[in-house]
Design a protein around this ligand. Sequence first.
Ligand code: SAH
Length: 251
Amino acid sequence: MAKVYLTGAGPGDIELLTLKALRVIREADVIIYDRLVNRDILKEAKEACECIYVGKANRHHIMPQEEINRLLYEKALIFKNIVRLKGGDSVVFGRGGEEALFLASKGIDFEFIPGITSAISVPEMANIPITHRGKSASFRVVTAYEAPEKGYAQIDWKIFKEDETIIFLMGLHQLRTICTQLINIGKPKTYPIAVISRGSRKDEKVLIGTLENIYEKAKSLPTPVLIVVGRVIEIREEIMEKVSCHIFRHL
Ligand code: SAH
């Protein structure tokens, strides 16, 4: 009996893969993976495992969801262990729910294997805790990708509460709009914002700025890029100060 594992691969660093994900990857007959998956993870698969990339098929075209569904179905008719591998966690803007619904409708057994989402881990690895007593008691993860015709809602800028942490995914192209809109709803121009490029990878870059000045600094950063807005960014500054004092004292 075939089973499809809807598996999160974490934000990039291979050591952030869960033990459960690693087990199913090692047992997989087929792995169907996305653009944000660290390719080194595939080295853990059996030699006979077929690894199929469904990110950008020819430079710009991502394989349509219907085709991915069909591929999952076809592979499930032939093989026993199928891993659908995605960056971060499959249900955080990863269409994991859609694939689960499709598999269920076809009577194919499946299981979600959670991954570490970039939304929390990427800021955390940059020393930005997404909640912190006295700074932020809640956080909101938002897609900055607006395409109402495809079912991605437009952002309702009024929903953001004062001093909650906001994490924007897929937001680099929208950075200027994000800053302008947040100023429009009343946030100070000096409000802290961080842009993190290629979090948890060797070439990670962290830029800190304000709603007023981040755009110029950040616009040419390599993707994937995540945006954090909130007072919790000040914690990073405090941590960095303490760390550098400490180093200084020991010199
Ligand atoms: N399912 C994924 C998110 C998919 S949406 C997860 O849970 O992490 C894709 C967006 O995630 C990217 O546009 C970017 O905003 C963010 N992202 C994913 N990995 C990232 C990384 N290593 N560094 C920075 N941003 C990342």
